[in-house]
Write a protein that binds this ligand. Structure first.
Ligand SMILES: Cc1cc2nc3c(=O)[nH]c(=O)nc-3n(C[C@H](O)[C@H](O)[C@H](O)COP(=O)(O)O)c2cc1C
Length: 189
């Protein structure tokens, strides 16, 4: 049987993005479950601010590849840092470019599951951003995974060896990855 395909989209414009590191951790989990995973690092796409003109002119190889992967995907994992109480403009900009999927037979992310992860610097951060992400997913006709999660204390998440420090965060990320895999299997059938 064909493998479950998951597109992981996120990160930030910073060189050592904790958001990207969390996304990569969850991607590893999904691979262990047997998924084929594609990681789309927002920074590497380097897209100009969205306009229809910019969308028509886009020749960016990474973006073209992302669109191809999205069309073939069974599910998605989104990760954004919290900037001033909502998703970062870099994350939202890539989402706006998904307008390219608007005229598809099944537009945007139609009926596909999306796990969302929001990271904030403050103690109980990320919840407002998580709500924005879930709203984005529903507007793109996707199905938000119930175990989508907010993570606080983002700058303290990893130790010097790059391992996640918090057992609670690990447990929640594993739960979300497992759930996303199951949802992708069930909604594909
Ligand atoms: C412009 C800006 C705005 C931010 N706003 C918030 C915020 O509203 N709430 C919060 O908890 N953290 C906020 N932070 C902290 C980031 O969410 C946090 O450092 C994040 O994990 C950075 O992700 P990154 O390492 O992937 O770049 C902000 C950071 C920046 C640079």
């Amino acid at each position: 049987m064909k493998k479950i395909n998951i597109v992981c989209l996120g990160g930030s414009m910073e060189n050592r993005s904790s958001t990207l590191a969390v996304l990569k951790y969850a991607a590893k989990r999904l691979k262990l479950q047997g998924a084929e995973v594609y990681i789309a690092d927002i920074k590497s796409m380097n897209l100009p601010v969205f306009s229809y003109k910019a969308l028509k002119a886009v020749k960016n190889r990474k973006f073209t590849e992302l669109v191809k992967k999205i069309r073939a995907a069974d599910g998605f994992l989104f990760a954004s840092p919290e900037y001033h109480g909502t998703v970062s403009s870099a994350f939202k900009n890539v989402i706006d470019y998904l307008e390219v999927l608007s005229a598809d037979k099944l537009p945007y992310l139609s009926l596909k599951p999306v796990g969302c992860i929001a990271l904030g610097g403050a103690e109980n951060a990320g919840y407002a951003t998580l709500n924005s992400m879930i709203s984005i997913v529903h507007n793109l006709r996707g199905v938000a995974a119930p175990n989508s999660m907010a993570i606080g204390y983002a700058s303290n998440l990893f130790d010097s060896k790059g391992n996640l420090r918090s057992e609670a965060v690990i447990k929640k990320l594993n739960r979300l990855s497992n759930e996303l895999f199951i949802l992708a299997e069930r909604l594909r059938d």
